[in-house]
Design a protein around this ligand. Structure first.
Ligand SMILES: N[C@@H](CCC(=O)N[C@@H](CS)C(=O)NCC(=O)O)C(=O)O
Length: 217
């Protein structure tokens, strides 16, 4: 096994996979793909061979010639392929569905609206300002976190679901990182804040942080 992760320090989807790899205790080589330099390395032919959607992350398992895209698919693959001691999904089907609900709230309903190519398209087409971009991103993160805060009120203890870290926490921490980056006021989300603080006491989360990556600027 020789795992390679193509990612970018500030990409929340890459951040999710880094956390999962660390929690599973898996060694991997991190290969930075710069999303803005040189027109965006995600658009270069070599990278398109790895991910035709021109997005990061990509996980490559060279030994078995496996190429995977989509952070949630990658994380669930890692969890099933390397069962080990740390499981990222609950045992029961209903609990797994609830974990995926939060993961999808973030990965399907929040993150795509603030994605680089989405805001760049708006900026090119309608000539919006940097401040207007931030307002747009803040709006969608705020609305999404509002629903998640409410959901978590009935399920959270130390983490999103009780006392075990799951895929939901893996998605939540990078999304909150992005929220803070665009200056969202986090005071309306006390449960989320508590969970994120608890996660950030774990080495696997800290080492996956954008600032810890070799390509951090
Ligand atoms: N649903 C995908 C989202 C991937 C994605 O949007 N990646 C962003 C970085 S977080 C990206 O590559 N953006 C580059 C671009 O917009 O050109 C996943 O979870 O992997």
């Amino acid at each position: 096994m020789s795992l390679k992760l193509y990612g970018y320090w500030r990409s929340s989807a890459s951040y999710r996979v880094r956390i999962a790899l660390n929690l599973k205790g898996l060694e991997y080589e991190y290969i930075p793909v710069h999303l803005t330099a040189d027109g965006g390395q995600q658009h270069k032919p070599d990278y398109i061979n790895l991910n035709p959607s021109e997005l990061i992350p990509t996980l490559v398992d060279d030994d078995e010639d496996i190429i995977l895209n989509q952070s949630l698919a990658i994380i669930e693959y890692l969890d099933e392929r390397f069962p080990g001691e740390c499981s990222l999904m609950p045992v029961h089907a209903l609990d797994r569905a609830r974990v995926r609900m939060i993961a999808d709230d973030i990965a399907c309903d929040i993150q795509p609206l603030g994605n680089l190519r989405v805001v760049n398209y708006m900026a090119e087409r309608w000539d919006i300002t940097e401040e207007q971009k931030q307002v747009w991103i803040r709006h969608w993160i705020g609305l999404g976190l509002k629903g998640i805060e409410k959901r978590l009120q009935t399920t959270a203890a130390d983490y999103c679901f009780g006392f075990d870290v799951t895929l939901a926490d893996i998605c939540l921490v990078p999304q909150v990182y992005n929220a803070k980056r665009v200056g969202l006021d986090m005071t309306p989300y006390p449960v989320i804040n508590r969970i994120v603080n608890n996660c950030m006491e774990l080495d696997s989360f800290v080492k996956a942080s954008p600032e810890y990556q070799v390509d951090a600027q």
